[in-house]
Each structure stands twice: as structure tokens, then as C-alpha cells.
Design a protein around this ligand. Sequence first.
Ligand code: SAM
Length: 285
Amino acid sequence: MSDEYRKPGARRVGQVKEVTSLTNPIVKDIKGLTSKKEREESGTFLAEGLKLIIDAVELGWEIRTLVYAKAAKGKPLVEQVAARTVARGGLVLEVSEKVLSSITRRDNPQMVVGVFEQQWKNLGHLSLEKGQTFVALDRVRDPGNLGTIIRTADAAGASGVILVGDCTDPFSLETVRATMGSVFAMPVYRASADEFVGWAKQSGGQIVATHLAGSVDYRTIDYAKKPTILLMGNEQSGLPEQLAKAADRLARIPQAGRADSLNLAVATAVMLYEARRNFLSLEAR
Ligand code: SAM
């Protein structure tokens, strides 16, 4: 990987380049961002789609490189975001559809792709406020689940998603796709299980953990009395004892039928909408 992507702060000074070769070194670096190691080293990630990229830039996310297909050249919104990228010292690449397909690994790629700087929040700086709901995920493994949860947390008005332990990368292409843009709206925190438990104890919030052995019906909990952290278990093994013990309430979603459990993203959505029941209305948007 070239130095441009290795150093999180490093950028080329605003330029527009035309690229048609799949072996171009900048294209190779961008393609490398499908690997977690390269994303971590560079502190960057890929996002696809013009609207999503415009929203991200408006929300203050730093764009390092904008890539667009020749066919998108001259479209006013593409030109606007290209000008903003250059103004912020980023690089703009005009590429063939073949190059875009190889970057996104799709036959019919989006016309516009952006390379953004990752943003992680620190639990140490997080103090909870009344009416807030957070989702904490223990070792979530599936990128589609994580993306769906970030999207649902955004829709339900949650204040952030906390990744506990070794989780799948929220900045992988698959997760970013599944968030449908919400990755740019939802603060993402990360912590070890010990850090999470230590923080939660002094946070002033209540941890409502979901567990298949939970004795409390999730609909009987008062989610408005304190800021709430909904704690969800790993897809395969559920919540470990350490985290279950740290909870103020162990909630269960009643089930009928033969299914052992709900899918993690579905269970999170059910919990989020119950916890946010008194904070959401059709008029508020
Ligand atoms: N075999 C795992 C177990 O024994 O916990 C199943 C994990 S389930 C697929 C993933 C997570 O979704 C659980 O850890 C829990 O947080 C949540 N979940 C799924 N169904 C649930 C239910 N009926 N009640 C409460 N939580 C549930």
C-alpha cells in the first residue's frame, strides 16, 4: 500500500486524474480497502453512491478520494462533490466503468465511490443523558447484521452503537452497504468487555441485556426512567456470563413456534422500538 493511504492524515493536494488502468497504483490502494488490515493501517474506508457521499461530506466526514465513472462527468451534483473534495485537499479520479467494477467488485457498480477517514468514538468521553438509548453488541460477527443494526439504531433515534470485544468491522464494504448511509449518522464506540462493564457501572444508565434465559418480559421494562443501554449477545453463543451479570435487567422476547431464537438484528430492532416507544412519533420527523 502506498504512503498516501497508510497515514491517516496524509492526502494528495486537490487534483483530478483520469484513470483507465486496473494496475494504476492509486486504484490498487483503493481496491486494497476491501481488506480489514489495509483499512486499519490507512484509517480509511469505502462508501458507494452519490447521495450517500454528499450526505457524508455535509455531515463533516473527511473525504480523501472521490472516484466517479466517466458517464457521471458533468452531472451537477457530481461536479459539486468533486469540487468540495478538491477544496478539502482530496483527490478526484475519473475512471472507466471497468475500474469502478473492480473497486466495488460489482458488475453494475454505483457511478460514484468515496474513500473516507474512519471515525471512532471513545467510551471514556461518553456521558449519558436522559432519553438516550444506546445499543451495545457483544462480539457481533456478521457484517450484514451489524449494518442492519446501525441502520435500525439510526432510524429508531438511538444515540450510538457500542462494539464490545472482537466485532466485525463497521467500515467493511459489506457493513457500510447494509447501513444504507447510517454509518455516517451513528456514532460507533468500541471497548473490551472489561472497559464496557467499568464504564457502564458509573454511567448512570441502565443496562438491559437480552438473553434467551431472561426472566423479564422485555415489554414490562421502563426504558424512559434512565438512559438505556440495550446489550445484545453474539450470534452463536449469546451473552457471556460476565456481561449478563453486569446487566440491571435480563430481558426476553417471548417466542412461539419452533425457532430457538430470533436473528440478532431482528431482536435488536424489536428491543430498540420498544425502548424508543415513548420517544418516537410520526409527527416528529
Ligand atoms: N444460541 C444463542 C444463545 O444461546 O443465546 C442465540 C443467540 S441469538 C441468535 C443472538 C442474540 O439475539 C442473543 O444473544 C440475544 O441478545 C438476542 N435474542 C435473540 N432472540 C431473543 C429472544 N427471544 N429474547 C431475548 N434476546 C434474544
